[in-house]
Structures are given as structure tokens and as C-alpha cells.
Design a protein around this ligand. Structure first.
Ligand code: WT7
Length: 631
């Protein structure tokens, strides 16, 4: 299956075709895949309900497309090179044939527990091959996977399990992270105290910690698959059946479950993978994203496997045992495409360059960035020091909700401009709107980034709450999908992402709603009220700044602050730890009781004057205290 565009002229031609006749365009691409039954209607849609159906009545199973289909010619090709956290531990490789067998065994194991098509299974696991096996085993039998990043706390885990009403949890005893071990099983045990939908927990032995196993509920992974057949018929799925749920944060309420469906996701993720990374048969691809995020779903797992690619799967972190680890791994496996996040680049930039000079890195053909805006300094460093100024650098903009890359260069075919994600992929129809919802036509003008027409891998609904999907994405501007990002476009049509325009902050490429962090803080016994804003952070992109009103004066402040951090830890996870906590007497509010976040953002940025219009402020005297305290 070769879906690749080979020149900029072809891109322009295909782009025009994809916009003028999307059905015809995607029909041809979808025909490259293996279907059990062909679709009858390529696209039905309206953005009002919203209702989006791609490849109606088509029947397929995504795992036949990413496993079975490769076996005859490429069964012995390596699907993953797995690199352990500890560099002293031997790396492991798994072929497509072996992966197929492992997936089938686990699929049969899940069936033996009574799992049926449509059941939800939560996966809370490290970056190991068995996690990929777990994902694909769900897909093979038509169970809906919901992966929860292993950095989330037991409370966050419980929220997601309950929202999805999951029947099975796939986890491991623990995980290795730099010189530490994290006890995942203990997290699951405590989460399950408040989750009644769960029937079984399947535990993979990763760190040999011999956890407590609850009789009848907990099952050892190896015991489960030991006597299972290495063949499992793939469940026939409808094109629009759910493939997975992935929880993500928004500006209000609890994280919501973004729903992706089988066929559209498959088609777009394979298409975008091959084009954005200009994939060629013998490449060694490495996306550093954890499987717990959408980047891991689409470009660590599904995209490469659908294309029959060989990729690297890395268990560890970029700075262990030293900050040369990424560069060593690139050399070890002769990686050709390397895809990572700006926060990693900004952090690695600060270390001794001899760590890079020690390595060869000449295998690299392309480097890529994802997850947050990449500043010019980081762009240049990545391009020069890692790409040696002769690899195209692609800056890929997309979201959990979009399923695949939306704005990006296609390898070296497209023009490159530092800090610009670039042009839309074929099939993607973006626009910029002003506050009144009018399309902005003049270049270099900032606006709200929206998408005008559907693409195959777009969000279908938010699990269990379709109204919320409508309100969040399709109600701000009637007839458009609203991304939540601000952007501008230059004279050549290239887009530059400015950042979120809602109450979502992006910390090291991780997305949090400020309301979600405030909720966690407000559960603390000392906190009466809080307001969280993002502020520019040199490494993380954005840092978390929390203003907290407390109910006591006796306690010493550092104790209160430690306690608040612990609450965030408990309710979300260490990844959401506030960088700054300021205890304040009160929050600046309007007379109608609305917190003036605009002012709090300015103070967090270090501003002490120029707050704009403050006439609606209920108690202006509070500001001086807050400014003073921020210093
Ligand atoms: C938000 C989506 C799918 C990527 C992983 C994050 C920001 C993402 C870029 C980029 C500037 C970017 C946006 C977007 N974002 N990529 N290349 N340049 N900003 O997925 O957690 O769903 O977050 O990340 O603000 O809305 P996510």
C-alpha cells in the first residue's frame, strides 16, 4: 500500500482534488485497504448535530490491515525495536508474524473472559511491546480501548474507568522510569475501590514486584495467554463502529472521552503517516510519544503498523542515564525519521553538546515536532544540531480530536518556515475566523482556527455525551469545527499556530483544563477558592500558576503549598504539578462574580501595570496585594 505523494506539484494537485471532490479523493485512498465488505456511501455529514459518517456500510477490521496483510511478504520484518529504560538491558525486537501471534493469543484470552464487541477496556501500561499487543487485541475482537497515560493518578484513572464503564483493566505490576519504579498495580487497586463496572484486572509482570492479586478479579497476563491459540478470527466491524476512546482536557468540566471510529481513523492515519514522514519501505521510524496520548496512538502504533513500517518503542526518558540517550538510540537503530516534542528539544538544548557530537546521527532523513508551538530558537537548534541542516524539519499541528496530522509539511517536499506548521494536508480544509465568525482573507491576521469540512479521522462524539461534543466543537461558530487554537496565515497560505484561546493550557505538550486543576486544588482542606492560569515557561512551553485563597492564617505557607501540591498529585497526577502557587487574600472578580483571568495571566507573566480595563473589578485593592505577592 503506497499512499505517498512524491512532489510538491502532486501535493497541490491532490489538495485541489481533495477539496473539490472529497468523496472521490478518499474513495481511491480507501480502496488501497483490505475490507471485508466495500462501503456504499463515502461521506454523509452535517456539522449541526454533528453527524459524520465515512465509508458507510463498509466492513473491516483494522488489525487485518496492520497485521494479517503484511504476513505473507513481510512476516519476518521487524515491527518494533524495543529499547528498555535501562541501557544495560538488552533491547528486544518483534516481527510482524510474532506480533500477530501475541495479539491473537491475548484476543482469545480476552474472549475467554467474556469480552464482547463494544465492551470497553482500559489500558494503563508502560511503554512496552505488550501494551501494543493489548491495544491491538482489543481492536481485533471489537472491544473499545481507552488508554490512560500511566502518569495519571488513581483518582484520574477511576474517573476515566467510570466514564467509559470499562469491564477490564489491562495493566502491569509497575513501570521503570529513569532510576525509579512506579507501582501501577497499587494505583489500579485504589482506583477500583470506586469502580463497579470492572470485572477483571489483567496484570503484566514488568518489574517483578509480585503485587497482591485479588482472587477471582486479578489475572496474570502470562497465565491468561498461556494456552491460547495463536490464531483469532478478526471481528467484523462496521466502518463507523468505535475503535477507541481517548480522554482529553477541555476548558470546562472533567476530561471528555474523544471517540474515534474504525475506518476513517485507519485511512487517515496511514495516509498522513506516509505523507508527512515521506515514509519509504526500509525506514526506521521513531516517534517518542507515549501510547497514552493521541500521538502515541496514531504514530507510535497505528500509522507505522498500517504501513508495514519498522519503528522504535522506547520505555525510558530522554535524560536517563544522561541527556544523550535519544541520540544514542538514533544511532543504535539507525533511525531515519525522528518525531518528538518541543519540550524535549528545549530541555536537551541545555546540556553539553558533546553528548550529540559523540553520535553519528547520519541515518536521519527527517525530523519532526509535535504537541505545542516550537519557538524559533528550539527550531533552529533542532534543525542544525540534530538534523545537521540537511533534514527537513516538519512542525505538525493536530489534536486528539483530529486523530491525525492536519497542518504540516510533507517531509522535504513542502516549503519550510521556522515556527510555522505550514500547509494543510490533502483533505483538510482550514480557515481563520474573526470574533463575529467571518472568514479572514487578509494574510498575517490572527484568527480562530476552524475546519470547514469533515476529514476521515475526525472526532465523532464525546463518549456518553453527544451534546457536549456539539457544544465544545460545533457551537462557537455555526457550521465549523472549532479547534480552540488561535493562528495566522501568511501570503503563501502557511499557518502559524499561536496557541490555545480557551482555558486550556499546554504544559510540556500535555493538555490540561485550568478548571480541572482548580477542582483538584479546591479539594484541599486549606483551599477555599483558586484560579489557575498558564504562563510562559522556558522548557515546558507553559507553566502552571495557581492563585489560591486559603482558610487559615496559622499554618506556615510552605506547609500549605506542599499540601496543595499533594492534592493535585492525588486528583490528577504528578504531571499537573503547579510550578508556582501564590496564596492570595482574594481573587479579582467582576461585580457579577466572574474571575478576571486576563489580569491573573498578566501578573503571572510578570506584568505589574497595564491591565487594561479594570473598571468592572469589584475590589481593585486586591490587585496590589497580588502583584506584591507575585514578586
Ligand atoms: C493542542 C492539542 C496531537 C498533538 C499532541 C497534542 C497544541 C499541537 C502543535 C503544533 C502548535 C500545537 C494545540 C492543539 N499543538 N501540535 N505543532 N504547534 N501547537 O494533542 O493533547 O490533543 O493537544 O496542542 O494547541 O490544540 P492534544
Amino acid at each position: 500500500m503506497n499512499l505517498r505523494i512524491n512532489s510538491f506539484e502532486q501535493y497541490q494537485h491532490d489538495y485541489r482534488k481533495s477539496i473539490s471532490n472529497p468523496a472521490l479523493f478518499w474513495d481511491e485512498i480507501a480502496s488501497e485497504f483490505q475490507w471485508k465488505k466495500k462501503w456504499t456511501n463515502t461521506l454523509n455529514w452535517n456539522f449541526e448535530e454533528p453527524k459524520i459518517e465515512w465509508f458507510k456500510d463498509g466492513k473491516l477490521n483494522i488489525t487485518e490491515n496492520l497485521l494479517d496483510r503484511h504476513l505473507e511478504k513481510n512476516g519476518n520484518k521487524i515491527a518494533f525495536h524495543w529499547e528498555a529504560n535501562n541501557p544495560g538491558k538488552k533491547s528486544k525486537s518483534i516481527t510482524y508474524q510474532e506480533l500477530y501471534q501475541e495479539v491473537c493469543k491475548l484476543s482469545n484470552g480476552l474472549k475467554s473472559l467474556g469480552v464482547q464487541k463494544g465492551d470497553r477496556i482500559c489500558i494503563y501500561m508502560p511503554m512496552i511491546i505488550e501494551s501494543v499487543v493489548a491495544i491491538l487485541a482489543c481492536a481485533r475482537i471489537g472491544a473499545v480501548h481507552s488508554i490512560i497515560f500511566a502518569g495519571f493518578s488513581s483518582n484520574a484513572l477511576a474517573d476515566r474507568i467510570n466514564d467509559a464503564q470499562a469491564k477490564i483493566i489491562l495493566t502491569s505490576d509497575g513501570l521503570n522510569r529513569a532510576d525509579k519504579k512506579v507501582d501501577l498495580k497499587e494505583m489500579v487497586d485504589s482506583a477500583l475501590e470506586s469502580c463497579s463496572s470492572v470485572e477483571h484486572v489483567i496484570v503484566f509482570d514488568c518489574i517483578h514486584s509480585q503485587p497482591n492479586m485479588l482472587k477471582d478479579r486479578d489475572i496474570d497476563y502470562h497465565e491468561l495467554i498461556k494456552n491460547q491459540s495463536a490464531h483469532c478470527e478478526a471481528e467484523e466491524m462496521d466502518a463507523e463502529d468505535m475503535l477507541f476512546i481517548l480522554y482529553t482536557s477541555g476548558s470546562t468540566g472533567k476530561p471528555k472521552g474523544v471517540v474515534h471510529t474504525c475506518a476513517g481513523y485507519m485511512v487517515y492515519v496511514a495516509y498522513s503517516f506516509q505523507n508527512v514522514f515521506q515514509y519509504e519501505e526500509n525506514d526506521i521510524f521513531w516517534c517518542t510519544a507515549d501510547i497514552g496520548w493521541i500521538t502515541g496512538h496514531s504514530y507510535t502504533v497505528y500509522g507505522p503498523l498500517l504501513s508495514g513500517a519498522t519503528s522504535v518503542l522506547f520505555e525510558g526518558v530522554p535524560t536517563y542515564p544522561d541527556a544523550g540517550r535519544f541520540w544514542q538510540i538514533i544511532d543504535k537503530f539507525k533511525v531515519t525519521q525522528f518525531y518528538t516534542a518541543p519540550t524535549a528539544i528545549r530541555s536537551l538544548m541545555t546540556f553539553d553538546e558533546r553528548l550529540i557530537e559523540k553520535q553519528d546521527l547520519s541515518s536521519l532523513k527527517l525530523i519532526g515536532s509535535v504537541g505545542e508551538p516550537i519557538n524559533e530558537e528550539a527550531w533552529n537548534w533542532f534543525f542544525q544540531k540534530i538534523g545537521k541542516s540537511n533534514c527537513p524539519l516538519i512542525d505538525t499541528w493536530w489534536q486528539t480530536e483530529t486523530g491525525g496530522v492536519m497542518l504540516s509539511g510533507l517531509g522535504g517536499l513542502s516549503p519550510m518556515k521556522p515556527t510555522y506548521a505550514g500547509l494543510p494536508l490533502p483533505g483538510i480544509n482550514p480557515t481563520l475566523l474573526d470574533a463575529e465568525g467571518n472568514e479572514i482573507t487578509s494574510p498575517n491576521t490572527e484568527g480562530y482556527l476552524c475546519i470547514k469540512t469533515p476529514w476521515p479521522s475526525m472526532i465523532r462524539t464525546t463518549f456518553g455525551d453527544h451534546e457536549r461534543c456539539k457544544l465544545t466543537y460545533f457551537s462557537h461558530f455555526k457550521g465549523y469545527y472549532f479547534t480552540g487554537d488561535g493562528a495566522k496565515r501568511d501570503e503563501n497560505g502557511m499557518y502559524r499556530i499561536i496557541g490555545r484561546v480557551d482555558d486550556v493550557i499546554n504544559v510540556s505538550g500535555h493538555r490540561f483544563g485550568t478548571a480541572e486543576i482548580e477542582d483538584a486544588i479546591n479539594k484541599n482542606k486549606y483551599a477555599t477558592e483558586s484560579a489557575v492560569v498558564g504562563y510562559p515557561h522556558a522548557i515546558k512551553g507553559q507553566g502552571i500558576y495557581a492563585y489560591v485563597v486559603v482558610n487559615t492564617e496559622m499554618e506556615d505557607e510552605s506547609k500549605i503549598i506542599r499540601s496543595i501540591i499533594e492534592s493535585v498529585n492525588q486528583h490528577i497526577g504528578k504531571i499537573a504539578k503547579p510550578d508556582k502557587i501564590q496564596i492570595v487574600k482574594g481573587l479579582p472578580k467582576t461585580r457579577s462574580g466572574k474571575i478576571m483571568r486576563r489580569i491573573l495571566r498578566k501578573i503571572a507573566e510578570g506584568e505589574s501595570t497595564n491591565f487594561g480595563d479594570t473598571s468592572t473589578l469589584l475590589d481593585p485593592s486586591l490587585l496590589d496585594d497580588i502583584i506584591e505577592g507575585a514578586k
